[in-house]
Design a protein around this ligand. Structure first.
Ligand code: HEC
Length: 352
């Protein structure tokens, strides 16, 4: 046994110092890459899966679920995993391909800062600063050697029997409290002139003022009569202060519009532009992720109304050929009907 161990050690040592490029590498390097389970290529393992999961192409997937990534470079694998992620500037379309296109904002649990697309997830109130999507109090001790740092901490303490003039943040022999003209805040000696009600905060002059709060909000009231921002056309501002599309479905809201104003031309085997809008399933198949007859856009790009050529055709803005729909003697869509199409697409252009 000892013998074998020695041979193995010698073998490893000599391999480690081999410089001849022609010599094949005798030591196997485990390669797990992004794999969390399965073979590491050297007879070892990259990890094991929890109960109820099995290993499939280096990922733990629910038992009984077969990931469907054939032909897909990104997006959901149907088993809770991913088929891959797209490089920056690209997004994953419904067919699982990375395509150039409009950015889809994603704030997740972020309440402030960038939404990934140049927009905002909300802003911080007062002096707070945004760090990693969270509003944090920024201590400020500029020019102060003692007293409050603005965040409940301290800028330092006074020594040698000196007291802190807390408003100035300076140490001196004496301190006289002064609340003249002040209803709140520091009395100058570490005491208080009063506190503010509700969401009001105390300003530097000792007055209670309304503090706008737009944390996690991108639209709607800021709590002080101002606004946290406005929404895209057709969107409504939800209770949580986020822009949201009103609930609009294909069969419930969109089909009645198609039936009233489109199917006189877009139905049956002689449908104009080969686009049959006479049933929800035909309309969905003919529109969603179907390239327009000109340009490089889809008739309907789920989630992206302004990218969708259908919207260009009914507004007459951004068309690459033909006429504004519906045309003929059929009256134009109302702004409400156009908003309905936008909302259906904005909510993901679902088939129901
Ligand atoms: C009077 C007949 C008529 C009506 C009504 C009509 N269309 Fe069209 N539609 C056409 C014709 C013809 C074309 C092809 C020429 C063009 O693009 O203008 C077309 C093209 C289109 C295209 C472009 C397809 C492509 O790939 O370029 C879309 C989208 C479209 N119609 C949607 C609608 C919608 C939505 C309605 C109802 C709001 C509607 N149409 C009503 C006749 C009609």
């Amino acid at each position: 046994m000892l013998h074998l161990a020695w041979i193995a050690a010698l073998f490893l040592l000599s391999c480690g110092s081999v410089t001849e490029p022609s010599e094949p590498a005798a030591v196997c390097t485990p390669a797990c890459g992004g794999s969390v389970c399965g073979d590491d290529g050297c007879g070892g393992s990259c990890g094991t899966c929890d109960e109820g999961l099995r290993c499939e192409a280096g990922a733990c997937v629910p038992d009984g679920c077969t990931p469907a990534c054939s032909g897909r470079a990104c997006g959901d694998d149907g088993c809770g995993g991913s088929c891959g992620t797209c490089d920056e500037g690209l997004r994953c379309d419904a067919a699982g391909a990375c395509v150039p296109g409009a950015c889809v904002p994603d704030c997740g649990s972020r309440v402030c800062g960038d939404d990934g697309c140049g927009g905002s997830c909300g802003s911080c109130s007062g002096e707070d600063t945004c760090e990693d999507g969270a509003c944090v109090c920024a201590p400020d001790c500029t020019g102060r050697v003692c007293g409050d740092d603005g965040c409940g901490g301290s800028c330092g303490t006074c020594e040698g029997g000196l007291v802190c003039n807390t408003r100035e943040g300076a140490c001196s022999d004496t301190c006289s409290a002064d609340c003249a003209g002040r209803v709140c805040g520091d009395d100058g000696c570490g005491g208080s002139c009063g506190s503010c009600a509700g969401g009001d905060s105390c300003d530097g002059a000792g007055q209670c003022v309304c503090t706008p709060s737009c944390e996690g909000r991108t639209c709607g009231d800021d709590g002080c009569g101002g606004s946290c921002g406005s929404c895209d056309a057709g969107q409504a501002c939800g209770d949580a202060g986020r822009c949201a599309w009103p609930e609009r479905t294909l069969s419930g809201h969109v089909m009645p519009i198609f039936e009233a104003k489109c199917t006189s031309c877009h139905a049956g085997n002689r449908a104009s532009a080969d686009l049959d809008l006479s049933s929800a399933s035909l309309a969905w198949a003919g529109l969603v992720n179907t390239p327009a007859s000109c340009g490089s856009r889809m008739l309907v790009e789920p989630g992206l109304p302004e990218e969708s050529y259908l919207v260009a055709k009914v507004t007459g803005v951004g068309m690459c050929s033909g006429a504004k729909m519906p045309g003929g003697s059929v009256p134009d869509l109302t702004s409400g009907e156009i908003a309905t199409l936008r909302a259906w697409i904005g909510r993901g252009a679902l088939a129901d």
